[in-house]
Design a protein around this ligand. Structure first.
Ligand code: ATP
Length: 207
């Protein structure tokens, strides 16, 4: 099911709610009020209620939200209720760390393949994944991989994005510090830690 007119900001917050709910579930908590969920996440209760209202009424007055049910619903909305296979391109320092990170699995992501251009790296194994020649990217569709993760240097990012799209990628997580252009049907999310760091001093008190 596709929900229309949901603000991007709401969609951006849903994974944060999900993360909190998964934590509460692991701690054995079965229900939570919007106030407690808000306190736990550093959010505000009306915001949470408004965000959830886009998808119907999840809570019960006086009881709050059922933790597992709500987590399941959010997964469904975000389409995280199925496993998504991803391929990582560029197994350098950053790529190796991303490949080894175990924190994606809980959200249903499986980094199933890794590619590089460097013949010294091809054939090596990281986290049980054998690094393949980037020319193998064309096998993605056959392997049901539809997400690409880009960790190549900036000057190789655009061509890598194009290769991923040609291979059938429908979503790209871009760690390269640049803007990449892709056809409209493909969603790109860029993560650039340096950009977040670069706005931090502005908010810091001057000493
Ligand atoms: P290292 O020194 O191990 O290469 P690094 O993180 O400093 O690590 P980068 O120059 O940032 O290396 O490149 C990241 C990775 O991307 C490297 O493994 C490099 O071989 C790979 N790479 C560069 N260009 C491409 C490309 N066009 N396609 C696939 N992989 C590429």
């Amino acid at each position: 099911m596709r929900y229309h007119k949901i603000p991007d900001e709401t969609i951006r917050r849903l994974p944060i709610y999900l993360r909190g709910l998964l934590f509460l579930s692991e701690a054995g908590q079965q229900s939570v009020s919007s106030r407690d969920l808000a306190d736990f996440l550093g959010a505000n209760p009306p915001q949470i209620r408004k965000d959830f209202s886009y998808f119907g009424d999840f809570g019960t007055r006086g009881v709050g939200y059922k933790v597992d049910t709500l987590a399941r619903q959010i997964r469904k909305i975000l389409k995280l209720d199925v496993v998504h296979k991803a391929a990582l391109v560029g197994v350098g320092n950053l790529g190796s760390v991303v490949l080894a990170y175990q924190g994606f699995k809980v959200y249903g992501f499986d980094i199933a393949a890794a590619f590089d251009i460097d013949s010294k790296k091809i054939g090596r194994k990281i986290s049980n994944i054998t690094i393949e020649n980037v020319s193998n990217l064309r096998t993605l569709k056959k392997r049901k991989i539809d997400i690409g993760i880009i960790t190549v240097p900036r000057d190789a990012a655009q061509e890598t994005a194009e290769a991923l799209v040609n291979a059938g990628a429908k979503g790209i997580l871009n760690f390269s510090p640049c803007y990449i252009t892709v056809p409209k049907k493909v969603k790109v999310i860029t993560i650039d830690i340096a950009m977040d760091l670069a706005r931090l001093p502005y908010y810091m008190p001057s000493s």
